[in-house]
Design a protein around this ligand. Structure first.
Ligand SMILES: Cc1ncc(COP(=O)(O)O)c(C=O)c1O
Length: 405
């Protein structure tokens, strides 16, 4: 019997439109347990000061909170603390790689390979790098079950490929890509591997050594932490050779009138005052997540996902996308025939069920699927089978509410 996680999440015990909340938008952001909220309050109430700058006790405590969080994150993904750069989210982490690594290492004739299932955060920055350097942006498309097309991988990964940037789990289809195999193939041709872990790090154990990823980006807010704290992991040797992305305070060694030398890793990439409260929250979130255990997270999400898919398949006017592949985690994407996804989401909202509707920041994928937009229910370990039942009951009312026979 699993613990009743709702005891730890006050917001999930509150109401939405007069109904208990069935929060099924975890792909967008997760709720925060009380221990995380307490850690942020504890930081601001007990040791807030500007880190790395002051010599007085409060500043030293703030520095310790920040650097302890970095060590926690490093251990969590099996990296070294010098390889952990705090950013504001996965988007900023991916931009950092694109602008600092991409702009400085690519030229005309080179190729960047991404997949058609990328979130705009791992797509638009590469478009811009391609436009600025003359490199070509290539895509791996999807097989009918939603997985990456093997023939595309074999054909498009070549000596010209300098960067392979790929999501570990699609935020629309929930399909898990085999990063370890992809990274091995990419390294064979000399490409650098950038992994978007925004949807994977919160849900499955991620070990950067085992994957042999060169970069990994993720956001704290999708894994129980506050918004405004994100992570970029990068292999030390590559990070050391990269120029800074943002410049300003705390990322320097010496500044002269015309020139500057930079601080060592990871400070070189952390210009300006740091989000120490966010880092403290992320540290508490990792503690909480490890207390739950990824075995439990994966088991619950697998159960909810398969239950939701089997119930949705019984509704003749529901169309599902990417739901037949076995390597699927926590995300179910669908449409109700003849009803716009925004109408579906609004009707569900009136019944206390929170889902996402729209293009999910993946417009090229939507086009590939032949849809303008879809509905998405995304689960986390604190969801229950009752939440899935509430989703199904609410969907069954949609067409009637829209007066569709
Ligand atoms: C796969 C994926 N990558 C990147 C992002 C961007 O995350 P953020 O908005 O926290 O930067 C998201 C957000 O939904 C995502 O799902």
């Amino acid at each position: 019997m699993d613990k009743n996680f709702l005891n730890d999440f006050p917001i999930l015990r509150s109401k939405m439109n007069g109904h208990p909340i069935a929060y099924l938008d975890n792909g967008a952001t997760t709720q925060k347990p009380e221990s995380v909220v307490r850690s942020i309050c504890g930081y601001y109430g007990g040791c807030n000061a500007n880190p790395h700058r002051g010599v007085y006790e409060l500043s030293v405590k703030a520095t310790k909170a920040y650097e302890d969080a970095r060590r926690k994150v490093a251990k969590f993904i099996n990296a070294s603390p010098k390889e952990i750069i705090f950013t504001k989210n996965a988007t900023e982490s991916l931009n950092l790689v694109a602008y600092s690594y991409g702009l400085n290492n690519l030229r005309g004739g080179d190729e960047i390979l991404i997949t058609i299932a990328e979130h705009h955060s791992n797509l638009v920055p590469w478009q811009r790098v391609a436009q600025a350097t003359g490199a070509k942006l290539n895509y791996i498309y999807l097989a009918p079950d939603g997985n990456l097309l093997q023939a595309d991988i074999d054909k498009k990964l070549s000596k010209r490929t300098k960067i392979l940037a790929v999501t570990q789990i699609s935020n629309v289809l929930g399909l898990v890509n085999d990063i370890k195999t992809l990274a091995a193939k990419a390294h064979e041709v000399g490409a650098v591997v950038v992994v978007d872990g925004a949807q994977s790090v919160p849900h499955i154990p991620v070990d950067v050594q085992n994957l042999d990823a060169d970069f990994l980006a993720f956001s704290g807010h999708k894994m129980l932490s506050p918004m405004g704290i994100g992570v970029l992991y990068g292999k030390r040797k590559i990070l050391e050779e990269m120029p800074p992305f943002l410049s300003g305070g705390d990322m320097i060694e010496y500044v002269e009138e015309q020139t500057t030398t930079y601080a060592e890793l990871p400070q070189k990439f952390e210009a300006g005052t740091q989000n120490v409260g966010g880092a403290a929250g992320l540290s508490a979130a990792i503690d909480y997540l490890q207390g739950v255990g990824f075995d439990t997270v994966e088991r619950i999400e697998h159960d909810l996902t398969t239950y939701a898919i089997s119930e949705l398949k019984k509704i003749p006017y529901v169309e599902l996308y990417g739901c037949d592949a076995p390597n699927k985690v926590g995300i179910v994407t669908f449409n109700v025939k003849d009803v716009h996804p925004h109408d579906v989401a609004t009707i569900l909202d009136a019944q206390g069920v929170a889902i996402r509707a729209g293009h999910h920041c993946a417009q090229p994928l939507m086009k590939f699927l032949g849809q303008n937009s879809t509905c998405r229910a995304s689960f986390y370990f604190y969801n229950t089978r009752r939440d899935v039942e509430r989703l199904i009951e609410a969907i069954q009312k949609v067409r009637g509410t829209m007066h569709i026979a």
